[in-house]
Design a protein around this ligand. Sequence first.
Ligand code: SF4
Ligand code: FES
Length: 357
Amino acid sequence: MADPPLALLAELTHRCPLACPYCSNPTELVAKGAELDTATWARLFREAADLGVLQLHLSGGEPAARHDLADLVRAAREAGLYTNLITSGIGLTGARLAALEAAGLDHVQLSVQGVTAEVSDRIGGYRGGFERKMQVAAEIARLGLPLTLNAVMHRDNLDDLPATIDLAERLGARRIEVACVQFQGWALVNRARLQPTPAQVERAKAVVRAAQERLRGRLVIDFVPPDYHSDYPKPCMNGWGSTGLNIAPDGTVLPCHAAQTIPGLSFENATVTPLARIWHEGAAFNAFRGTGWMPEPCRSCARREIDFGGCRCQAMAILGDARAPDPVCRKTQGRAALDALLAAEAGHEGAFVYRRA
Ligand code: SF4
Ligand code: FES
């Protein structure tokens, strides 16, 4: 039997006022009318806690688009879950933040698209967004809620990394996640436009190393590198079906946010099937669990329990085969396809395809 999951990512809604071209939501978004209601989410939070989940990430879309957000936080706390709100900040006022804090919210993860209004509003596709975010950050600080700044980085803003780290310090964040775009969902549509250059990646690594040294004890800096430029893949989801699960706005339970791009997997809905049964017995969760599914060279590789063969959805997107090792890995034949893609798409200019309903 699988170990219990540690974390649940609850995608409360796919609605969002922003239109970021790197959004990890699927290109087929769930409509408002299909979203789970308050009571159903509250029941799922209790089921998740009973299953062993400790951390709940309230995400979207923009979770503040849900008017019942404070009720959901309260329900999660009553279930004994640690609650983290992942938000763009748009739609949050001082009064709503105070209500969330009163309901028991533990932590806020605020996204920034850039360090100036010009860059931030252009990338987010939302005029006035940067100013709103700065006001929301000030309210979060005033309430004393722990804050992580979530900076999604790509070719258009990676050179602003030093200023982004300065911004996290100025806003009183305890942690910044420098998250280079992972190419799933809308980001895959915009991959050529978002892909950083190798020189940018090297500069960013040096900036992160120096800042981690300089800010030790004051600001935690987590770096998610752009994995196409790495030698080995990331341990996506810390191994499929090992640590976390996602619930989509309509109750579909997913092993990762892009799992629906893998043909042949079938997904169950938590409104019909108990979460514990889906986690332990669901066909999708067992499809790539552990190491038994692995082909060579992963099967006999010393890193097989470090990166778990990488990301199944990335193998699907690039090689058309979810069972193949992640093509980021330099030990695999698939790497040639990824290098060819990088060469073909290098320097691509053109318009963003913004996320839209
Ligand atoms: Fe990871 Fe497989 Fe590459 Fe080994 S061969 S490093 S397990 S992707
Ligand atoms: Fe699906 Fe990585 S996003 S396994």
